[in-house]
Ligand binder design. Structure first.
Ligand SMILES: Nc1nc2c(ncn2[C@@H]2O[C@H](COP(=O)(O)OP(=O)(O)O)[C@@H](O)[C@H]2O)c(=O)[nH]1
Ligand SMILES: [Mg+2]
Length: 488
């Protein structure tokens, strides 16, 4: 009985609104990037896709009816104009009958020479076929979503894969595009729906002797367990989101410490202005870097000190805002001035701050023992985990810093398979938190309030449904498809 109830409820309530597209037309588009290239890929999807192959790629010596195009095989053929028979190009032709295609519909692919005129002539020829039209932005993906080939998280993963610039971003995006989030989220949602069905069964058939006494206790235990395991994933220190968006590393410290010189050294270019006039840097200067596959946004900030200069004060305000939002802070202290940490700097040092002693080449603290003693004092007083000594001017010590920073990144932002569920977007987190708060409300509800209990579970399931796109997601879809190019 429960099993039937589960299916009925999931059919009636939880699938709600779906994004509907008109699918009578067959769509086509250039899926590779426009411009000159060795090969261009034209994709076709819709019920007449096979017609494009039959009418445009028939071998000259054989009659059409003898042509046999097997699925998922590459054929080297002449590509012809469907009306005039003129040969437009020679290329590979592939046929993917639905539902075993990206969109779930009958699909075809022409891989032709990537010249502008060649591509245009084939697109024009396709335009002449009945019920064929050029695809809209993201329309192939939209059809894949409509046909349940992918869910929203997989689509987001796909968009991220197209945008991935570093190895870690690629890894994270690929895992998500392959259903890394869909599976656990759907599994959680199904468990909640099952508990909801059990609660509703007690509401409907409470007097019935077929219902075991401990159904509600069972539901409560299951939700308790689910709540705990979901909470673990939500409290993940935002690893997925940080790797997806880039690790923000802020270079901070007093004026003239050599922050801008250090940034330029890492960036290998003169990104920030360097001068011996304290207070030169005002705006936050950003440099994107790839550190062993981790996307990093390195930010140079204005030196922190008390100042009465209006513009410098604005720079310091911006620096402080950036320091607050940074994932990692690297605090530079110059070795050519007396060793001390100003209170303005001390205030911003926290668990994610590391210290670099700069200007090793002109240190006035040349006594090794003094330096070592100062380092241990710094470690003890500030609680930072690492102090490096470098010269931004000569580059000495900078490689050691880079290598050790990579180790820190690897430890802090572990994207290995050991952590299979990685929340990559604020959108996921919001809905997961909604789901958790409904589960918590359920757990705090007196057991006899059956109707309210069932309602909390329904809201929890809906919150998860919004992540995968089972319900109410039109606004998210519009934004998402807008990120794809025409041929995706
Ligand atoms: N000798 C030496 N001078 C440095 C080093 N790093 C920076 N400087 C100099 O210190 C001054 C201030 O540097 P800058 O990068 O503008 O400091 P910021 O105010 O912290 O951004 C400039 O004259 C730099 O050339 C270093 O490692 N060694
Ligand atoms: Mg500067």
């Amino acid at each position: 009985m429960f099993k039937n109830l589960v299916t009925t409820i999931s059919k009636n309530r939880s699938f709600g609104i779906r994004y509907i597209s008109t699918r009578s037309e067959t769509i086509y588009a250039l899926s590779s990037s426009p411009g000159k290239a060795g090969v261009a890929v034209i994709r076709i999807s819709g019920k007449n896709a096979l017609e494009a192959i039959n009418k445009m790629t028939f071998p000259s010596k054989k009659p059409i009816e003898q042509m046999n195009t097997e699925p998922r095989r590459a054929y080297f053929r002449r590509i012809r104009h469907p009306q005039t028979g003129e040969v437009l190009d020679k290329g590979l032709v592939l046929w993917f009958p639905g539902p075993h295609s990206f969109t779930g519909e009958d699909s075809a692919e022409f891989q032709i020479h990537g010249g502008t005129a060649v591509v245009q002539s084939v697109l024009n020829a396709l335009h002449g076929l009945p019920d064929f039209r050029m695809a809209e932005q993201g329309e192939f993906s939209k059809r894949a979503f409509d046909n349940d080939k992918v869910d929203l998280t997989e689509l987001e993963g796909l968009a991220d894969l197209l945008n991935a610039e570093t190895e870690m971003q690629r890894r994270l995006a690929l895992r998500q595009a392959e259903g890394g989030l869909r599976k656990p989220f759907e599994d959680w949602r199904n468990q909640i729906i099952k508990c909801m069905a059990m609660t509703e069964a007690v509401i409907d058939f409470g007097e019935d002797e077929n219902i075991e006494d401990d159904v509600l206790t069972d539901v409560r235990n299951r939700i308790q367990q689910l709540y705990q395991s979901m909470s673990l994933h939500v409290n993940d220190s935002h690893v997925g989101e940080i790797v997806r968006n880039g690790v923000q590393i802020a270079i901070i410290g007093p004026p003239n410490a050599g922050k801008s010189t250090f940034l330029n050294r890492l960036a290998k270019r003169e990104a920030a202005i360097v001068s011996d006039i304290p207070g030169t840097t005002r705006d936050v200067v950003e440099v994107r870097m790839n550190l062993a596959g981790y996307p990093v946004m390195l930010c140079d900030t204005a030196g922190l000190r008390e100042s009465s200069d209006v513009i410098e004060m604005e720079g310091i305000k911006r620096a402080k805002a950036r320091i607050q939002s940074a994932d990692i802070k690297v605090c530079l202290l110059p070795l050519d001035t007396p060793l001390s940490i100003d209170s303005v700097i001390r205030e911003v040092i926290d668990d994610d701050t590391y210290i670099i002693l700069n200007k090793e080449d002109i240190t006035t603290n040349s006594d090794e023992n003094l330096l070592t003693a100062y380092k241990s004092k710094l470690l003890k007083e500030t609680g930072v985990q690492k102090v490096w000594t470098v010269s931004s001017k000569t580059g000495k010590g900078v490689d050691v810093f880079i290598n050790e920073m990579i180790d820190i990144l690897k430890a802090k932002y572990d994207t290995s398979l050991a952590n299979p569920i990685m929340i990559t977007q604020a959108r996921h987190r919001e809905h997961l938190e909604d789901c958790l708060s409904s589960l918590k409300a359920f757990l705090n509800m007196p057991e006899e309030e059956l109707v309210l209990c069932a309602e909390e579970l329904r809201q929890a399931a809906d919150a998860l449904g919004r992540i995968t796109g089972k319900i109410d997601v039109e606004d998210v879809l519009d934004t998402l498809f807008g990120q794809f190019c025409i041929g995706k």
